[in-house]
Design a binder for this molecule. Sequence first.
Ligand SMILES: Cc1cc2nc3c(=O)[nH]c(=O)nc-3n(C[C@H](O)[C@H](O)[C@H](O)COP(=O)(O)OP(=O)(O)OC[C@H]3O[C@@H](n4cnc5c(N)ncnc54)[C@H](O)[C@@H]3O)c2cc1C
Length: 280
Amino acid sequence: MIQSFYIAKDAEDAIRRKRELDGRGVFLAGGTEINRLGSSVDSDEVISIRKIGCDRIDDQSETIRIGCCVTFQQLVESPLLPAWLRDASKYCDSRTKRNMATIGGNIALGRDDSYLMPALLAAKVRLLTAGLTEEGVYTEDELPIREYHAFKDHFAGTLILAILIDKHERFVMTRRFSRTAQSHASVTVGFGADRDEAGNPANVRIFAAVKGSGIQRYADIENAIEGDAYNSPEDVQFAVSSMTKAVDDLSGSATYKRYLAGVAVSDIYRMFLSGTGGAK
Ligand SMILES: Cc1cc2nc3c(=O)[nH]c(=O)nc-3n(C[C@H](O)[C@H](O)[C@H](O)COP(=O)(O)OP(=O)(O)OC[C@H]3O[C@@H](n4cnc5c(N)ncnc54)[C@H](O)[C@@H]3O)c2cc1C
């Protein structure tokens, strides 16, 4: 239960407050997870970041900059954003929740049924983060979202300030599978790839959030696609299904989740090969 509520005036104020609280404080953005009954976040000491000025989407010539407190509804409505991100934002089906939930909060949570993470990871977006050095000096850093995801514990005290999307043409698609639009997803996948000068796949990224088993990357399959090692999308389906870690739970059996991940990735891969979908 919330015992103290601090409204940060800027990013530096927010992370200094967090340092003062010895890591016990949590940043409050939309509050949809923090205030959820049975929340995964222990939130005695809350630091509101709603007033730090990170609630805009800006076109910055080479990149699009999305402030951490931009809500899902802003993402859905923005004409500046690529279709894959607007599609993924609609996975949050409740309009009320979309008006509150933020992109920064979604990344920080990185849930195993994450709405946005598979697509953001597949798109190779970058994060602008704010932190303090051991000596207490304020710093801002830019890093690939893959690094933030892979070394989550290392970034525990870090504030995500913004999400940076490179404007160069990249194929990105996402799919989500759940019993109903409001249910937890069994599987959510993201597939992203560029084309090299000869039109072949390059910089392939494949991720799946699998309920009960976390967000998974398929690095060997990415390399095999780039190396032209598969004869058909069906081979990719088999490879993804075989490599997916899954457990039986209310959202589906392990076998079903492996099947969904494989079919979804191979379907998207087929669209990439045929040059359909995934456009910005
Ligand atoms: C009924 C219900 C169902 C839900 N289903 C899903 C689901 O299927 N998939 C899913 O992904 N989410 C789900 N959520 C969780 C949530 O709505 C989203 O993940 C949302 O995007 C979280 O954002 P927020 O701004 O509300 O986060 P908050 O609740 O404000 O914060 C969540 C966590 O993120 C941290 N945080 C917030 N902003 C930042 C930042 N800028 N930098 C660093 N840390 C930060 C906070 O410290 C806290 O630990 C559900 C929530 C509810 C209530």
